[in-house]
Design a protein around this ligand. Sequence first.
Ligand code: FAD
Length: 560
Amino acid sequence: MNGRNASSLARTSKASCSSSSSRRRRRTTRTNVRCKAKDYPKPNLDVTSNENYQRAKQLSGKLSKNYSGKNKEKSVIVIGGGLAGLSTGKYLTDLGYSVKVVERLKILGGKVSAWQDKDGDWIETGLHIFFGAYPNMMNLFKELNIEDRLQWKKHTMCFAMQDYPGEFTEFWFPENVPAPFNMAAAILQNDKMLSWEEKIKTGVPLLPMLIGGQEYIDAQDELSVSEWMKKNGMPERVSEELFIAMGKALDFIDSDKLSMTVILTAMNRFINETDGSKTAFLDGNQPDRLCKPMKEYIEGNNENGTKGEVIVGMPLREIMIDEASNEVIGVRVGEGDEIMTADMYVSAMSVDALKLYLPTAWKTMPFFKQLDELSGVPVINVHLWFDRKLRPYDGLVFSRSTLLSVYADMSECCKEYENKEKTMLELVFAPCDAQSGAEVNWIKKSDEEIVAATMLELERLFPDEIKNANLLKSAVVKTPRSVYRAIPGRNKFRPSQSTPIRNFTLAGDFTSQKYLGSMEGAILSGKLASEVVDDRLNSSRETFSIPPKEVHESVLLRST
Ligand SMILES: Cc1cc2nc3c(=O)[nH]c(=O)nc-3n(C[C@H](O)[C@H](O)[C@H](O)COP(=O)(O)OP(=O)(O)OC[C@H]3O[C@@H](n4cnc5c(N)ncnc54)[C@H](O)[C@@H]3O)c2cc1C
């Protein structure tokens, strides 16, 4: 880089972008991956033409109205080809239904989607980590016979030391020691982050969680992390050392804005399950290594010979309903006026997208009205390619810097991205807006500004290496609305998969399930949605009702 190194590039990034220095430009090809892929198309708000409405009625009239009998003869349309939509399709396929999954974009995966740049390098929507505490995800890998694609890492949690640039500390979970003792040992053996007194003051307030379980955890949803800590006399340093990092990793929000339920839910899993906090990376890009086998399964690569279809580049335009019954009579999709009909419809879109397409008559129903209380939180995924190795580490690191959440050297962690000579860092940049705790509205900033700010943070993480390293290229992916914003009091607004509309079901990580907004939550929501569809298609019209909470809970238990 003509004597200029990566850190000086960072400091002068804005200038360097407009500079005419040809050499510098040659060495720093910036890949401009913009957030367009994640923006939602404007819904077509024109009222369905009478002709379309009649066509949909005619088509839906031809469907069997006999809601019991052979599953094979019944059809389901799933809208959205993220993990929740593909999971719904997969589990409905297992039940023998003929499924069509329609995805707006040309690639599957939604928040786990990825694509290649002109050099063939993969650009990912997000750095994704799988946890041992993801039972539904693990079952799915088993069922698809792709378990060998998970690259499990050593059982440790690695944190950058805030006050000691370049230093890291790890919490080692000893092997062959069952939960909760392995976590106790990991915490007790680490003397870098918390003093003995702080450890005791942290452990005692967490006892009610161990005794009260999920019920206690759910009851803490009205409190932010800071409020809960104050109430329980926890030292503030625990937040600085631990909870800020956890909050940013789990929901891209600072801990004074985040619901305490989020932290407790994760901690409860990690404490109670021996391998709960063990992490794995997928061995390559998510669309090929995870979404593709799910698509192939739905399309016939399954044991019961059921053949469905997964169609990409097919956006939903309108949910068409019968004015009298409020039930769905068809969906208008694609670029033209194509109408698709089925016995059942499942929305597996994110909550923000779903709200755009709700028919006017549904919007005032309390069930759908509660969705107004939910919306996605912004997050940015930064990719940096260096001309040499920064200090290699094969696993996830909590960066604990103001701007960054977690990061990983993908050239070490992921087989497909392996490179013995050069580092490729993938970093989650959060929080990104004031509502999440950021001082700067990063989601609105240019890619150059985001990369420059990231490079400055890296000077603290790699003070020795960064001086000599040259940044070859970068890519920034902004997701303005990612997982639902888990601020206090949101849980009660998360809808069940069953809706008051008989032939319309919900899936998606924001729906009610116990795994927060995560890949595991998305997979479980799809499983639950398939059970709702099956129950509804196999019970008569007259007996239909939204299951009470206890039934919902028991379905949930059946699924995990
Ligand atoms: C940066 C980042 C890092 C993350 N890290 C982790 C992690 O480490 N571990 C973890 O467990 N989770 C992680 N997550 C969360 C995880 O990615 C999500 O919880 C999960 O993928 C959500 O899946 P979903 O199917 O519910 O929603 P989505 O992935 O949002 O899927 C919804 C789909 O609906 C489609 N759609 C929208 N509108 C229409 C329309 N009109 N017609 C048809 N289709 C439409 C969308 O294109 C999309 O494909 C991360 C997320 C991000 C953004």
